[in-house]
Design a protein around this ligand. Structure first.
Ligand SMILES: Nc1nc2c(c(=O)[nH]1)N[C@H]1C(S)=C(S)[C@@H](COP(=O)(O)OP(=O)(O)OC[C@H]3O[C@@H](n4cnc5c(=O)[nH]c(N)nc54)[C@H](O)[C@@H]3O)O[C@H]1N2
Ligand SMILES: Nc1nc2c(c(=O)[nH]1)N[C@H]1C(S)=C(S)[C@@H](COP(=O)(O)OP(=O)(O)OC[C@H]3O[C@@H](n4cnc5c(=O)[nH]c(N)nc54)[C@H](O)[C@@H]3O)O[C@H]1N2
Ligand code: SF4
Ligand SMILES: [Mo]
Length: 688
């Protein structure tokens, strides 16, 4: 049996794997693990890799939606015909409404490798400033606020840590290599604190579990800062030499006394004090924050407050603490100089988040539906959707679908005929991570450069994302700007400043370490902030009209959406965990995975169930002011009474299960446009 090494990008954990092949067909894929832990972690999705790659449901060739005798149908076409049709329409729309009427939307699966730079380059040369990633509901909102505080997003160094806070994050199901590091640290004696409204498997492993009220994390962080300052548990040398705004922070947090506010967070004051003392007194310590604190209306202030904890305790960029990345030098190929100077992107209402990192690109997704529906600041006419299923994953599905219906051109680049693809005019079939060579995103930001390596040839008449972009660019007349004939040529150019080539990466399947890991880099180079220090107080945020020190006075932002309607919708709905069987809306069409988890559930506390006469496995309706969905109930103590956890991502399988029918997209975090997909008021009633 032949054996090849690559990176799996079925989910964003991007694990190194070994692929076993027979007659050039994948038979088995195994995750490489460095774990020396007792429990071997099992990733179901990788076991299903062959079923995913060879799924009979895969798109096999480009298709155009045609109309005849009042009926619409999909016509299979050649790549040439599909790209010609797209080019013609794009040019028409550009002529009539301007290039800015076209928007490119990247989802979580869109080409993890190239830092999205190929698509950015194409839109820049086309002349549209509207290329948007979905990071406002994902990690980018957190990333930006780490960056405002100390110049970059830190990574927790779990494996070398003696105390780990896992905050709104579930590495067990989402990042297995990191989960193994946590377990390894625990086995070596590290203390674990989990902050999560749900009793997850990680919470069961923890020394302390804080079952925080959903969305109250920022207030909790402020009360932890208060304890650290008032009990003098902070690193006094670091605070003196490397931070600004300590006194302002001290004043602001003086109101956040655990004994006064713990109850509003569903917590006990002594437990808050116990956990913060453990965290601040154990060195080194780190905090892994996750998507559980994203997707709230206060994500910016919350991320800032959590970031400040890392700085106050002196754990920044220390071994076992919170590491500042060591990006490798790479060439920026985005051609931003082509982007029109006089046309603002549709995201310009969020200027700070628009420009916080030139490599990440724009992630202000919260403006998209508004721009499409209200033609504000100008009409959008065409949308190219790559690696996303927004019909299911965007907040307030109903409104998003209304907006989509207004467009004159929708192109979807995907593996499957998803709910979103069904609404497109043209679908372009792409390849799975095992069929295409890409640079791994993490590689550009961290120190170890890893290649995702093509292991089999492209399925049927599918093209990898890079080829779709390169060929579309050429059809549009940008041969000069897209001179590459292969992705290898493009990657070599991107990596030229580091003097690393695709071939070298192929020779080193575990990656190439660019330079030795260095700690406390700030001593030589300062922090990458306007003052060169950790900004507990941010003059930049103040200049843009935001609170310079995190504060949670605007009460509505701490509440789940629809809080004002709590009389009729008294339960906090939590958009539930990412399952290790699935990735968001994906893979309910894969038999091995569907068999493991055949249906979605809503977890409801026994007290709340009793009040509603609901028993285990009863069919229930979950309703919010925006819509209704139906699932089976699971009576469970893992949720706090007053909240329910609703299974996530099932809307692709059956639209009755589409959680985003319940969510709101009206209110947003004022810095990042983040909608509160995570928590919202709802009610659960027994369905007759
Ligand atoms: N209520 C609620 N809403 C949420 C979330 C939540 O937890 N609750 N989570 C939010 C978060 S963090 C995220 S990241 C988004 C995710 O939202 P999406 O980005 O829409 O994620 P997926 O459902 O995984 O859709 C990815 C699509 O890409 C396709 N695909 C897979 N691999 C490739 C590839 O290599 N290239 C291309 N072109 N396509 C590919 C898949 O078939 C799938 O249709 O949802 C957000 N929305
Ligand atoms: N198997 C699998 N892996 C994935 C994905 C997937 O869909 N499936 N998606 C990928 C993507 S795009 C992302 S963004 C990452 C996300 O990965 P993580 O950052 O680990 O985020 P989640 O698993 O969404 O949620 C983490 C935890 O937050 C908790 N939580 C919910 N609400 C709150 C709250 O208000 N406060 C606190 N403190 N906690 C809360 C949840 O109960 C959950 O245990 O996973 C990636 N990996
Ligand atoms: S965790 Fe994700 S990236 Fe890692 S092997 Fe499983 S599916 Fe692939
Ligand atoms: Mo995400």
């Amino acid at each position: 049996m032949e054996k090849k090494h690559t990176t799996c990008c079925i989910c964003s954990a991007c694990c190194p794997v070994v692929v076993y092949l027979k007659n050039n067909k994948i038979t088995l894929v195994e995750r490489k693990t460095n774990a020396r832990i007792k429990e071997e972690y099992f990733c179901p999705k990788i076991k299903a890799a062959a079923q995913i790659v060879y799924s009979p449901n895969r798109l096999k060739t480009p298709m155009i939606k045609e109309k005849k005798d009042g009926k619409t149908f999909w016509q299979e076409v050649s790549w040439k015909t599909a790209l010609n049709r797209i080019t013609k329409k794009l040019n028409l729309l550009k002529k009539e409404y301007g290039a800015e009427s076209i928007c490119w939307l990247r989802g979580q699966a869109s080409d993890w490798g190239a830092v999205w730079h190929y698509a950015n380059r194409l839109m820049n040369v086309f002349g549209s400033p509207n290329i948007i990633g979905n990071g406002s509901v994902c990690h980018a909102a957190r990333d930006a606020n780490h960056t405002f505080t100390y110049g970059a997003m830190t990574n927790p160094d779990y494996k070398n840590s003696n105390c780990i806070i896992i905050w709104g994050r579930n590495d067990r199901d989402c990042k297995p290599p990191l989960y193994e590091e946590i377990v390894h640290a625990k086995e070596k004696g590290a203390k674990i604190i989990v902050i999560d409204p749900i009793q997850t498997k990680l919470a069961l492993l923890a020394d302390i579990w804080l079952q925080v009220k959903p969305g109250y994390d920022g207030i909790l962080a402020m009360s932890m800062i208060h304890v650290i300052i008032s009990e003098k548990l902070y690193d006094q040398d670091f605070v003196r030499d490397w931070t600004i705004g300590f006194n302002k922070l001290k004043d602001t947090t003086s109101h956040y006394i655990p004994e006064k506010i713990a109850k509003t967070m569903w917590l006990y004051p002594e437990k808050i004090r116990e956990s913060v003392r453990l965290y601040a007194k154990t060195k080194p310590a780190c905090i892994g924050d996750g998507n559980g604190i994203d997707m709230h209306l206060n994500v910016s202030q919350t991320s800032r407050a959590i970031s400040i904890l890392r700085a106050l305790t002196g754990n920044l960029d220390k071994k076992g603490g919170d590491l500042i990345p060591q990006p490798i030098p790479f060439k920026d190929i985005q051609l931003r100089e082509y982007s029109p100077k006089n046309i603002k992107p549709i995201t310009s209402e969020y200027p700070l988040f628009n420009q916080y990192d030139k490599n990440m690109g724009i992630h202000v997704m919260g403006t998209l539906t508004d721009a499409m529906l209200n033609e504000r600041p100008y009409p959008l006419k065409g949308l190219i959707i790559q690696g996303a299923n927004p019909a299911v994953t965007m907040a307030n599905s109903k409104r998003f679908l209304e907006a989509l219906a207004k467009l004159e051109l929708i192109v979807v680049i995907d593996l499957f005929m998803t709910q979103t693809a069904k609404l497109a005019d043209i679908v372009l079939p792409t390849t799975t991570s095992f069929e295409q060579t890409r640079l791994n995103l993490g590689s550009m930001y961290s120190n170890r450069v890893v290649l995702q390596n093509k292991t089999i040839k492209w399925f049927e008449n599918c093209w990898p994302d890079w080829k779709i972009i390169f060929e579309l660019a050429k059809k549009l007349g940008y041969e000069k700007e897209f001179p590459w004939n292969s992705v290898e040529e493009a990657i070599d150019e991107q990596l030229s400043p580091a003097a690393i080539t695709t071939e070298m990466l192929r020779q080193n399947p575990d990656g190439i370490l660019f330079q030795k890991t260095r700690y406390k880099k700030y001593i030589k180079q300062g922090f990458n902030t306007p003052t060169g220090k950790v900004e507990l107080y941010s003059a930049k945020l103040k200049k843009y009209g935001y609170s310079p020190v995190p504060d949670f006075q605007e009460v509505w932002k701490n509440q789940p959406s629809f809080y004002q309607e709590k009389t009729h919708f008294p339960l906090i709905g939590i958009s539930g965990k990412r399952s290790n069987n699935y990735v968001h809306s994906q893979f309910r069409n894969i038999p091995f995975l569907l068999k493991r988890e055949p249906e979605p559930f809503v977890d409801i506390h026994p007290k709340d169930a009793k009040k509603r006469n609901i028993s285990d496995s009863d069919k229930v309706t979950i309703e919010s002011p925006n819509g209704k969905i139906i699932m089976k109930a699971r009576i469970s103590n893992i949720v706090h009474s007053g909240s329910v956890r609703i299974a996530w991502g099932w809307g692709e399988y059956n639209s009755d299960y589409n959680l985003n029918k319940l969510t709101d997209d009206e209110q947003k975090d004022s810095i990042t446009s983040t909608t509160s997909n995570r928590t919202f008021m709802c009610n659960v009633v027994k369905t007759n």
